[in-house]
Design a protein around this ligand. Structure first.
Ligand code: ZN
Length: 145
């Protein structure tokens, strides 16, 4: 593979930087991208932080949400950038009424949460002293909305 040195312009501050040893086929657009990612200006710094937050959110989503609901995981992952950029305060996905998965920014970190709610409901007609989970069939019928 052949390499070249060139220049790229930071898209945040407009500063031109030397880009060293990139494959010869690297386009100017890619050179600009590299210059932007290597720049030390505030905009580039902020961008790296956003990218870092998105990657930590991704790790949390894979760890906490993925197995329970791949669909919810996909939705949260898609929303991670908006949360990292503070465009959106919190995303909550209600999976099935029992399982919810949320993501929000707190103290500069993206927090991912998964909650499973257990609902107990009684209409007062359960037999005396009978725990609700001893006869699931009958209980379900009585507990229906
Ligand atoms: Zn810059």
């Amino acid at each position: 593979m052949n390499f070249k040195d060139g220049y790229g312009t930071c898209k945040w501050c407009g500063q031109t930087r030397t880009v060293m040893r990139v494959p010869v086929e690297t386009t100017q657009e890619e050179m600009d991208k590299i210059a932007s990612s290597e720049c030390n200006c505030e905009g580039a710094e902020k961008e790296r932080e956003v990218e870092y937050l998105i990657s930590t959110a991704g790790a949390s989503i894979r760890k906490i949400v993925q197995k329970r609901s791949p669909d919810a995981a996909r939705i949260l992952q898609a929303g991670a950038e908006a949360v990292a950029r503070k465009y959106v305060k919190k995303i909550t996905v209600n999976v099935d009424g029992m399982l919810t998965a949320s993501m929000y920014l707190s103290s500069g970190k993206i927090i991912v949460e998964s909650r499973k709610t257990e609902v107990y409901q009684s209409d007062g007609e359960l037999e005396d002293g009978m725990p609700a989970d001893e006869d699931p069939g009958e209980t379900n019928a009585e507990a229906e909305n």
